[in-house]
Design a protein around this ligand. Structure first.
Ligand code: C5P
Length: 289
């Protein structure tokens, strides 16, 4: 049996850090949105035992260090099903170490694929419980869509969809380590926080500009200390008539929201001329498991 599924990237419309927990993780308050940029995961059962993985991004591990393999191990452990041989092909398009949950969405796709392949009929809630030990963003990636994520990212509340718009992503040429960003938060320096309640109200009203002008990420100053380019890309998006712009996750990808197709295309051309990882996208709805 062979199944192929898309694994969509996520962006943060906002990210607030509430506090640091005893276990080293941070309680967060984030508005998350799936976007139309995806990796493609193909899984096939094989007669030979073991998992064999191929990936077009040569620098990524294809053993247990890859979240896709970790997700397969987790599925068999949780379900009690005896593991069969799997041939796994991952075609990456989502930039790595970018703040777009690329690895998390691949892991979530693996859990969804195996749930279908083995007809285990786990609900989305069960898949999210299975997903959490793999990473804080993996439960959200099970269904995606527009969601409020709290706790370390696992307490999820579905929200009204982001109104139809154009979403510009631009990732500078460097990657960012998520643990490094969290460990370098300077609590005294946090002056601004996102107006999460205002974003939720704007989503309810279907008011794109209201969402866009409230977008903010308290982590943004951390990688920007070493890489002022993040702030420069954000300003360039605003100069190109973005309704709002913000860094996604722990960075360094910058997001811009546009209601005007021509403005979005112009901004894409300007940034794509300098940055290879530039994408002009649309919001994606929640997907059923
Ligand atoms: O869960 P995940 O492996 O994606 O998280 C990577 C790292 O990011 C964690 O080890 C932790 O340092 C940091 N993190 C955090 N609080 C969160 C999510 C991630 O401190 N809510």
């Amino acid at each position: 049996m062979r199944l192929t599924v898309p694994a969509y990237a996520k962006i943060n419309l906002s990210l607030d850090v509430v506090n640091r927990r005893e276990d080293g993780y941070h309680n967060l308050r984030m508005v998350m949105q799936t976007v139309s940029l995806n990796d493609t995961l193909t899984v096939e059962t094989t007669d030979a035992p073991g998992f064999v993985m191929r990936c077009n991004a040569g620098h990524l591990p294809v053993d247990g260090k890859n979240l896709v393999i970790a997700a397969a191990n987790r599925f068999f452990e949780y379900s009690g099903i005896t593991p069969c041989g799997l041939s796994i092909d991952l075609e990456k398009r989502i930039p790595v170490a970018a703040g777009l949950a690329g690895g998390s969405t691949d892991a979530a796709a693996m859990l969804r694929v195996l749930n279908r392949m083995f007809k285990t009929n786990y609900t989305a809630d069960e898949l999210r419980a299975m997903a959490l030990p793999l990473g804080a963003d993996v439960p959200y990636c099970i269904e995606g869509g527009t969601s409020l994520a709290e706790g370390i990212g696992e307490i999820l509340t579905p929200l009204s969809s982001l109104p139809e718009c154009r979403i510009l992503l631009c990732k500078p040429a460097f990657g960012v380590s998520t643990p490094a960003v969290f460990s370098r938060i300077n609590w005294r320096e946090i002056v601004y926080r996102p107006d999460t309640a205002g974003i939720l109200t704007s989503l309810e009203k279907g008011h794109l500009a209201g969402v866009a002008r409230r977008m903010y990420n308290v982590l943004e100053p951390v990688p920007t200390r070493d890489h002022p380019e993040i702030g420069e890309i954000r300003r360039r998006m605003l100069d190109c008539d973005a309704l709002g712009s913000v860094m996604s996750g722990s960075g360094p990808t910058v997001v811009g929201l546009f209601d005007d197709e021509d403005a979005a295309q112009r901004a894409y051309s300007v940034l794509r001329a300098q940055y290879h990882d530039t994408f002009l996208l649309r919001p994606m709805p929640r997907q059923t498991v």
